[in-house]
Design a protein around this ligand. Structure first.
Ligand code: GLV
Length: 310
């Protein structure tokens, strides 16, 4: 069996290659340059594969996404809906996402952005009273596998955690809102951490109306996908509301252009899509376990529900 590996975005690609070779000892690993071997490819381990490759992989059995998101696969014009997609569901990624969320939440809660802006102009801004954890309601928009890691960590630290989820599911200590209850979810959140996937349903979901329903001196942390935000509306909102903060890890177009207005706003913090960096060893081990299952049972269940779009 042959594996196609393709990723030109992630850090440590050589470690990825080495680890894949270590686990998949008996398989040949090829790149998109080895087009003569495309016919032998059964597994593809990919992130942002160019569109024209998939139809040439006539014997493809499983697509492994190298991250939690699968939008990079579903958007390929030639994706054959019968090929199962396996995404990374990894406790280390869960911990990383939860740590990132907590770090940005504390940045907001302890006024660090304001102190950083003061430091930039050599200004001692003086005391500011922080809000205590138990008095802060954090809304997690997208309470899936990873969202739940954030909720669990924040719960442990005494925050009041609420969540929004497409379909009803109950979680210990978390009030869950679904469907039309999004309005109550927004209004009851002091801070919103969005970890929504990119789907036709979530496209520009965080728009002018959404932002206007959020509390005035609130904060939006986006670690889901950039296209869930109507960026023009967010820019306007940030310009009008100087005490509203945005912590943005993802954008509609990445890398974010140097001309983007987001860079310059004093109430914005930008990170380069790093909230949930994929852990290499545990993820390859996970892919290997799925591949072994496939070899035994000749089938695997796709992680993607095509009608949900993620
Ligand atoms: C990162 O955005 C991922 O999908 O894992």
């Amino acid at each position: 069996m042959t594996i196609l590996f393709h990723n030109t975005t992630f850090d440590k690609i050589n470690v990825w290659k080495k680890t894949i070779k270590q686990y998949f000892k008996n398989e040949e690993i090829i790149s998109i340059k080895d087009y003569k071997k495309f016919h032998d490819v059964n597994f593809a381990i990919i992130w942002n594969l160019p569109d024209q490759i998939l139809p040439k992989l006539k014997n493809l059995k499983i697509i492994f996404s190298m991250g939690a998101g699968v939008d990079h696969i579903l958007k390929l014009k030639n994706y054959n809906k019968n090929i199962p997609i396996i995404r990374i569901k990894d406790a280390i990624m869960g911990e990383r996402i939860a740590n990132y969320s907590l770090a940005q939440l504390l940045n907001y809660q302890l006024n660090f952005k304001i102190f950083q802006n003061s430091q930039n102009i050599n200004y001692w801004s003086g005391e500011r009273m922080p809000v205590d954890n138990k008095n802060l309601t954090v809304g997690i928009l997208g309470l899936g596998f990873l969202g739940h890691y954030i909720a669990r960590l924040l719960n442990k630290l005494d925050y009041n955690v609420i969540g929004y989820k497409k379909s009803q599911k109950s979680f210990k200590n978390i009030k869950v809102y679904t469907g039309k209850n999004i309005i109550s979810f927004i209004k009851n959140s002091d801070v919103i951490i969005s970890i929504l996937p990119s789907t036709p349903h979530t496209y520009n979901m965080i728009d002018k109306n959404f932002l206007m329903m959020m509390k005035k001196n609130s904060c939006l942390i986006n670690i889901g996908r950039g296209d869930t935000i109507e960026e023009k509306d967010l820019l306007n909102h940030l310009k009008k509301n100087k005490n509203f903060f945005a912590y943005l890890d993802v954008f509609k177009n990445e890398p974010l252009k140097s001309s983007s207005q987001f860079w310059k706003l004093p109430n914005v913090t930008i990170t380069p899509h790093v909230a949930g960096v994929t852990a290499i060893e545990s993820s390859v081990k996970y892919m290997y376990s799925i591949h072994k299952k496939f070899k035994k049972n000749k089938k695997v269940k796709s992680d993607v529900n095509l009608s949900n779009g993620y």
